[in-house]
Ligand binder design. Structure first.
Ligand code: PMP
Length: 401
């Protein structure tokens, strides 16, 4: 009998090889206790978290927690149903109202995850004979949404305005086109040149989606994302986002000003054929979103911390993914798998958790992906930088000073 698992053997061998080297498992680190947005207990030891998506540190906000507890008590633990049948509660409507206010847009639709929001939007918005034009480094959920639909898929070189324009010119002028961009790219932490890209897309008559998953709460005067900071709010047709990062819980959404937007509630399969978010989750999300509108001080602190950590790691000789801090994500490039694993383990020994990301999940790079949180204190940022330097010495990592 053929074993259907045989095709995974190379991956199993690679993983077992890593474990045989005596290394701690970087992919299943168990957090025994979460003490705050920036601290956890692992193996009975307190560590600083420098690899979460908790950019704005909302997970322990007292108002968010109180809203979740109240909804849990008043509405129960789950909806046990789809949004279009039996899973739309007062809290889902309030959450969508919070999103409309946050983005100052006419329509908002909440999905159970950001992954599903992208699946739903990509697969439903562009059909047979239409085109999706996407950045080559797009998130897996965007690619999977394309694979689920029937549109023709065209990729352009990561962040290249020129290549985007070239690809758009080759598509028949009268064909429907959807250009998909991300504000911040999650692994390297670079941002898209949205002003130029949106101009090129609009000139070609395309509709534009921007996934602001890693920018919400942090970019722009109102925390809406890179599209706000770039001044293209009135030209973007859809913004996709998630509650699993700055909002601090789980869920996904799309917002838009298009007058026909609500028809998507019937045609997005990942919206229709899955259970809606639990009442406690949407209550937490709505409260967090409303607080993020006014989180100017948190935004300023996170920018200062990100710029400081980037500058000091660069000065210490680490090779970073971007020349300057473009977001709260700082990607430290490693020369190979072995040194990446060694440095990751040395950081854990120092009490610092970052994400070890293999080339399969990055644009071909071995990365130690770090992300800062608005709740990291100045002293914590100094401590993280000092521990990075000590870990590099312990791991024998050559620094280019
Ligand atoms: N879009 C981007 C750019 C992401 O990075 C992610 C998650 N890492 C998602 C969408 C999916 O978000 P969620 O966790 O809500 O499924």
């Amino acid at each position: 009998m053929p074993d259907l698992f045989d095709k995974f053997q190379p991956l199993i061998d690679q993983y077992e090889g890593l474990m045989a080297s005596g290394m701690r498992d970087p992919f299943h680190l168990k957090m025994e206790k979460i003490l705050s947005p920036t601290r956890a207990v692992v193996d009975g030891r307190e560590i600083i978290l420098v690899g979460t998506y908790n950019y704005m540190g909302m997970t322990f906000d007292p108002d968010v927690i109180a809203a979740g507890q109240k909804a849990l008590e008043e509405f129960g633990s789950g909806t046990t149903g789809s949004r279009v049948l039996n899973g739309t509660y007062q809290g889902h409507a309030e959450c969508e109202a919070a999103l409309r206010d946050f983005y100052d847009m006419d329509h908002a639709m909440v999905f159970s995850t950001g992954y599903q929001a992208n699946l739903g939007l990509m697969s439903a918005m562009a059909g047979r004979g239409e085109y999706i034009v996407l950045d080559a480094d797009s998130h897996a959920s965007i690619y999977d949404g394309c694979a689920m639909g029937n549109a023709d898929i065209v990729r352009f070189k990561h962040n290249s305005v020129e290549d985007l324009a070239k690809r758009l010119k080759r598509i028949p002028e009268d064909a429907g086109k959807l250009v998909v961009l991300e504000g911040v790219y999650s692994m390297v932490g670079d941002i898209a040149p949205l002003k130029e890209m949106v101009a090129v897309a609009k000139e070609a008559g395309a509709m534009v989606v921007v996934d602001e998953a890693h920018a919400m709460g942090f970019f722009g005067e109102n925390g809406r994302g890179v599209f706000e900071a770039a001044g293209v709010e009135d030209q973007v047709d859809f913004v996709v986002g998630t509650f699993s990062k700055s909002v601090g819980t789980v869920g996904g959404f799309v917002v838009s000003n298009h007058p026909k937007f609500d028809v998507l509630r019937f045609v997005c399969r990942p919206y229709v054929y899955t259970a809606s978010l639990p009442p406690a989750v949407v209550a937490c999300a709505a409260t967090s979103i409303r607080k993020l509108m006014h989180a100017h001080d948190k935004r300023a602190h996170l920018w200062a911390a990100s710029r400081k950590m980037h500058a000091e790691l660069r000065a210490a000789g680490f090779t970073l993914g971007t020349a300057e801090a473009e977001s709260a994500i700082i990607a430290v490039k490693m020369p190979d798998q072995e040194r990446s694993a060694k440095m990751w383990a040395a950081l854990i020994d120092e009490g610092v958790y970052v994400n070890m990301v293999p080339p399969q999940a990055t644009p071909g790079l071995h990365l130690l992906r770090c992300s800062l949180c608005a709740e990291h204190s100045d002293a914590e940022v100094d401590e993280i930088i000092a521990r990075f330097k000590r870990a590099a010495a312990a791991a024998g990592l050559p620094l280019s000073t």
